[in-house]
Design a protein around this ligand. Structure first.
Ligand SMILES: [Zn+2]
Length: 112
């Protein structure tokens, strides 16, 4: 089974967000439709986070904000040993953490 990651699209104004918000940041609406996060885009910025919860099996987590070709800006794990601002990446879904033996899937970006 292929895992998927969803954000939301506001039913009122069409704004796409990932991760999902309880209230639309554009119009204040509360009605959303699920939006599959997929495709390619470019790295806007990235950072390495070293202060992680104990159940992360990583030494650090490389997080990126990527602007997808759809215009959506999404935050996810950047799986790239040579990250650069502006670099082309595509979305994928992978295990971002394991807690109590349970795998938690999340959004990842890999170089194109
Ligand atoms: Zn809205």
């Amino acid at each position: 089974m292929e895992e998927k990651v969803y954000g939301v699209q506001c039913k009122t104004c069409g704004k796409e967000t990932y991760p999902a918000h309880a209230v639309c940041p554009n119009c204040g609406g509360h009605d959303f439709e699920p939006l599959e996060i997929t495709g390619e885009g470019k790295v806007l910025t990235y950072t390495d986070v070293y202060a992680l919860p104990l159940d992360y099996a990583l030494r650090y987590l490389r997080l990126a904000i990527v602007e997808l070709d759809s215009g959506l800006r999404a935050t996810g794990q950047l799986v790239d040993d040579d990250p650069k601002i502006g670099k082309r990446v595509r979305t994928t879904v992978g295990v971002v953490r394991e807690t109590g033996g349970r795998k938690i899937y999340g959004l990842q970006f890999v170089p194109v």
